[in-house]
Design a protein around this ligand. Structure first.
Ligand code: 5GP
Length: 200
């Protein structure tokens, strides 16, 4: 395969914008893109597997890693820690592969400011790109959330409020892709990745 520039891709989208589907499609197509698995101190739910859905850590271990400054960003949500380790990102990029990080707007802002603080020749900075996925419109997003049939109306309203807040910050991202038609949005993502990684 042609040698390409390793990318550090940060992807954000409000819930219901098809982000997981788009990421799954990318991972199927690009064997050199690795999905970043977060660490958490919450207990596994249902079928969740350690090292696949999350790295499930004890609070003590997480706090130890915090002291070592091992996280590119972290957050405490309802008494549980969530965070992304720097180590695996550097390792993946050093191997010549790309890393994709799926994170909310607040987490992405922390990653962005960390990356800005790095020297210009750091692989994380050289390969950095952040992309925000927009829904076609707020009305369409509401219709999709209702159509999924998985959330209560109260949850949908919460997600809608959150989506508005996140969309207000979409301008912080280098690129925005609107997920109107899934395959059109996917093609735009692929074109972006191909251009930035020097695949074409
Ligand atoms: P859940 O417990 O439902 O899997 O996730 C709860 C929340 O934690 C979600 O909003 C999810 O986006 C967030 N989260 C998951 N991983 C990370 C991470 O690595 N960093 C940050 N800041 N938030 C995360």
């Amino acid at each position: 395969m042609m040698k390409t520039k390793p990318l550090f891709i940060v992807l954000s989208a409000p819930s219901g914008c098809g982000k997981s589907t788009l990421i799954d499609m990318l991972l199927q197509e690009y064997s050199d893109i690795v999905y970043s698995i977060s660490c958490t101190t919450r207990a596994p739910r249902g079928e969740e597997e350690d090292g696949l859905d999350y790295h499930f850590l004890s609070k003590e271990r997480f706090e130890e890693l915090l002291k070592e400054d091992a996280f590119i960003e972290y957050a405490k949500v309802h008494d549980n820690y969530y965070g992304t380790l720097k180590g695996p990102i550097s390792e993946v990029l050093a191997e010549g592969n790309s890393m994709i990080l799926d994170i909310d707007v607040q987490g992405a802002a922390k990653v962005r400011s960390y990356v800005r603080s790095l020297p210009n020749n750091d692989p994380m900075k050289l390969g950095y790109v952040d992309i925000f996925i927009n829904p076609p419109s707020l009305e369409e997003l509401r219709a999709r959330l209702i159509g999924r049939g998985t959330d209560s109306m109260a949850t949908i309203e919460k997600r809608m409020n959150n989506a508005e807040g996140e969309m207000a910050r979409a301008g912080e991202y280098m690129f925005q892709v609107t997920n109107d038609e899934l395959y059109v949005a996917y093609k735009r993502l692929c074109d972006l990745i191909d251009a930035l990684s020097g695949r074409m």
